[in-house]
Design a protein around this ligand. Sequence first.
Ligand code: B12
Ligand code: SF4
Ligand code: SF4
Length: 385
Amino acid sequence: MLNSSQLKILADNIKSWAKEIGFAHVGICDTDLADEEPKLQEWLDKGYHGEMHYMANHGMMRARPHELQPGCLRVISVRMDYLPPEAGFATNLKDPNLGYISRYAGGRDYHKMMRNRIKKLGDRIASHLQELGEAMPEYRPFVDSAPILERPLADKAGIGWTGKHSLILSRNAGSWFFLGELLINVPLPVDEPVNNECGKCVACIKSCPTNAIVEPYVVDGRRCISYLTIEHQGSIPEEFRPLIGNRIYGCDDCQLVCPVNSEAPLTEEWDFHIRDAIKLPKLVDLFQWTDQEFLTRMQGSAIRRIGHSLWLRNIAIALGNAPFSEEIIQVLKLKRDAHDVSEMVREHIDWALEQQNIKRESELDINRKTLRVIKAVERGLQRDR
Ligand code: B12
Ligand code: SF4
Ligand code: SF4
């Protein structure tokens, strides 16, 4: 058994190995999330998870990492930055003929890549302990998909504080990062959480297009554009369609207006750079991709997971929100008549056609809140190129 000073040296080593592997920040915490259980339960009781049944399926296991990985004593929480260069947020949101894709999803899917790297970190710890003549540790890497509360763990491990939009953010890094964890049965020294610096700011709450941040730190998933465009399988309720604007996959607005994000670092991973096919993409072009084109162009991307049908559903809404154009009417009608389009998508196309007809004579109309987000980005976000 390592003594406390050996464990401290090991923790320091882990942090430098993790940086070599590509993680920007690493923190360590214990597995006690008892304080989070009532909040998670309340969130589920209110139905904020919508159709994300996986959120309710494992009971309170999400708040009990030691049940997920028996014997686990510590969680090593890691951060990987994804903000791509040439993010072009304002240019993209401002032009309603372009589709906006959340900047976490412009490049390669992060899940596998991050899990492999976290496993590499675990392997390195294991071989180091074996060199010291210690027993082989038990460890398991997780990224996103496991039933575990990643944000409260990152908060506890000092990666950042929980912002009012419920994401983890840090003074130097903002919030444009993914989280992952290595659960391990080694009693490493733990890190201290950092102070919450949101203060009186409520920019994220005020700017959310669908009022999904129902109170500070609490997101009603069912209202979030990220949920509606990615997780929700069926028809998108009509009340949300005009509010979605041109966001066809995910949403970044609560992060875009966050002052802590003004100096956030760019990703060091080439994999997270936006691929050409979806760099400031024209809605009419995206809408005309066949099923096969969608699968080929989105190979290796998280976007592929939603499938062609939800992709068309989302773009149809954005086309309905775009200014009137004969070309849009034409592509909508063409797709409506295609034999391989589902009834669900057709219903969204009909809605879009109706919107286009209503707007035939009217001026370009970008939602008021979106205009505020664009202004905030143009004013202060250093990284908007
Ligand atoms: C389900 C899910 C969603 C859902 C629900 C969102 C939600 N807020 O829960 C939807 C689809 C809407 C979503 C959207 C997004 N997601 Co998401 N999502 C998840 C997932 C799988 C689970 C989150 C969860 O457990 N929710 C349950 C609720 C109850 O937990 P919570 O929101 O963390 O809430 C806690 C605190 O808010 C706290 N709380 C409550 N009251 C108070 C009061 C105070 C004072 C404090 C301090 C705390 C507090 O208690 C809660 C319970 O502990 C995680 C991965 C994971 N396994 O953790 C990724 C994850 C949270 N998502 C992530 C991302 C990037 C996003 C998006 C930015 C993607 C996008 N651009 O479209 C958006 C952001 C939307 C938002 N503002 O949250 C990242 C966040 C990284 C970060 N920097 O924090 C994660 C961690 C994935 C990853 N591995 O990187 N997501
Ligand atoms: S991602 Fe968009 S819709 Fe979801 S909470 Fe943030 S601003 Fe609101
Ligand atoms: S926008 Fe303001 S309130 Fe929201 S997370 Fe950022 S600092 Fe906190």
